[in-house]
Design a protein. Sequence first.
Length: 681
Amino acid sequence: MSSPKRLDLQGIRAFAIIVVLGFHFYPQYMPNGYLGVDQFFVLSGFLMCMLLKRAEKQTPCSLVSLFYSKRFKRILPLYLLLILLSMIALYSFFPDTAIETNKESATHALLFLSNRPKTVQEDYFAMLSIAIDIFTHTWSLSVEIQFYFLVPIIFIFARKLSPKYQYLYYGFIGIISAIFFISLPPSEAFNSVFARMWQFLIGMIVYLLTTSSSESEYKLLSTEDEKYNLLLDDVNLGKKCADPTLTERVSNYSECSKNILLFSLISVISCPITLPPSILRPLVTIFTGLLMLISQGNKILSNRFLTYIGDVSYSLYLIHWPIYAYWKLTAERDQLGLIVALLASVVLAIITFETYEKWYLTLSSTNIGILVVMLYFMSAVLINKDEISGSLYEVQKNFSRLDGLNENMSIDDAAKFNYEWNVNDYENLYTNTCIYETTKPRTPLGWCNHTNLTGRYRIATIGNSWSANHAKLFYQECGHKAKSILQGSAYGCEPLYPSVNAVECKIQFDDFAKRIENEKPDYAFIISRFITIGDKIPDNVTVKDFDHDPIYQVMKNQTLNFLSNIKYKLYILDAVPCPNITYIKEIVPMLKKNTDPAVIDNFLVNKKSYEKARERHAQLVIDTKGRVELIDYLPTFFNKTTQTYRYFDEQGFSYFTTPAHLSPHGLEYVRHVWRDFCKLL
C-alpha cells in the first residue's frame, strides 16, 4: 500500500511561487518575497535526495545516469523552449535597446551560467529594478543545475556511512557552505552554488528524517507510475512508500501546531517591511525545512487550489519574468497593464503545463534527447543570428566593383575612366537603395532612408556631400548590420560646425542635431570633408588651448548634443589632406612623361589645414571618454616608400574626382577600412 502523496509539499511550493510573483510584480508590498527562491532550493534538496535514495542500490554509474536522466528530462525541455520563445519575443516585440543585453544573458542562460559573478551594475536587485534583462530569473536554475553535478558525488560518499553518520556528514558540508555564504560579499554569495549548498542540504536532511530505514529498498514502478512521478518530481515530490513510523510521527504534531508554523513563515516572508536578509534567509530556510518535516496531511497546504498552483509553478516561474520585463520596458506606469501581465503569466503557465509539460514527460528518453538537442540548437542559432547572418553575408556577397575596373586596364584606360568619373561625379552620388525625401528637384543631397535592411541597429550617416559620396560603399559593407540607415548630406556644410559661418550651414547645423534627436540611432557616422574645422586657432589663443578655441567649443557642444541621443558610439571620418583638384586631370599625362610619382604627389596633395582638423577630432575623443571613435584614411593614402600622400595608383587611376570626392576607384581603395569597422559593430 502507498501512503498519500505529499500534497503539502506542493502547497509549500505554491506559496513560494506566489511570494516570488509578489516580489517581482509588487515589490513595494512584498519586499521579502525573493525568499521564495530559497524555499525552492530546500524543496529541490528534498527531491534530489528522494531520487538518489531510490537508486542507492545501483552502481555509481547507474545511479548518476538515472538521476541525470530524470532531472534533465523534467527541467530542460521547458527551460530551453522558454529561452527560444523569449528570444523570438525579444526580436519581435521588445525595444531595440534590450537586444544587446539579452543576447549575452541568453547565452549565459543556455550554458547555465546566469549566476556567474556579477559586476556592481549587474547586481540582481538592480537588474530587477530596471527589468531590461529578461533572463535575470534564470540565475536560480543555474545554481540548481550546477548543484546537480555535485550532489551525486556527495550522496555516493554518504551511502557508505550509517544513517546516523549521514546526518553528521550532510550537516558538516552544510555548515561549511553556510560559513562560505557568510564570508563572501553579498552579491557573490547570492549567486554562488557553493554558498547555496546548505539550503539544498537542509532539504536532503529533511527527506532522510521523514523516511525510515525500511524505505531504503524501493520497488520498481510501472510505466504509468514512472511517467506520473516524473511529472510530479517538482509537483508532489513523488510517491512515498508506506511508513507507519512516519505516519505516527507526523500525527504527533497537531494541526494547530502545523498551521502556527505555516502562518508564521508566511507572515515573515509577506511582511511589507524590508527585513535584513542576513537574518531572514537562514530563518526562512530552516523554518521551511521544519515545516516540510511536520506538514504532511495539512489541510491548508494540501487543498486543491494550492496544489494546482504548485503544479504549474515551474512554468509560472519561467514565464512570468519576460512578461513583466516587457511591461516594465514599454508601459511601466500602466498599472492596469501590470495586472494584465500578471494574469497573462498565470494563464500561459496553465496552458503550458496542461499541454507542453504533460506531453513531453510522456516521451521516451530518446525522444526527449532529440527534443532537447533541437531546442538547444535552435536557441543558439537565434541568439547568434546576427553574427551568423554577418558571416554568411561575408561569404555570399558578390557586389560588383564600384569602379568597374579589371586586371587588364592600361594607362589609357586610366585617362578615360578618370574623365568619366569627373563627368559623372554628381550622378554617382545617387544610390538606388535610398528613398529620398526631396524628389523635386531631383538631388542626391538632403535626407533619405535606405531600404531592404535586415540587421539590428539603427544607424545614421551625416555629413556634407561626402556622406552621399560614400553611400553605396557604406550600404554594401555595413548594411547587413542595420535595421535602418538614415542618411543626411548637406552641400558644403559640416555637421560639427557651421562651415564658413554661412546662413545655410547654420540652418543645416541645427537640422543635423534635430534629425539625430528624432532618430536616436544606435550608431552614427560623420562622413564629411573638413572645411572650417581645419581653420587655424585665433592668434590670441595658445596653440593647444582647446578651452579657448571657439571652433572646437562649437564642435564639442554639437558632439555632446549628438551623443545624448546616440546609444553606443559616434564615428567620425578623420581629416586627410585635400587634393589640388586642378592637377587630377594631369595625373595620366605626367605619368606618360615618366614623371616621378612622388613629384606628382607634391603637386596633387594640399597639406594645409588638415592637421588642425585632426587635432580637434583627437580632442573630441578625449573629452567624450571614448564615445567618439575616429575612422582614418591617412595610413591608407600614405606611401611609406616615398613618404608622401598618394592619391592615384601606379596606372594613373585617380582616387579623387575634380569635385574633391572620392572616385569610385578611391572608394574601392578604402573599402577595407569600412569592412573592418563594420565587422566590429
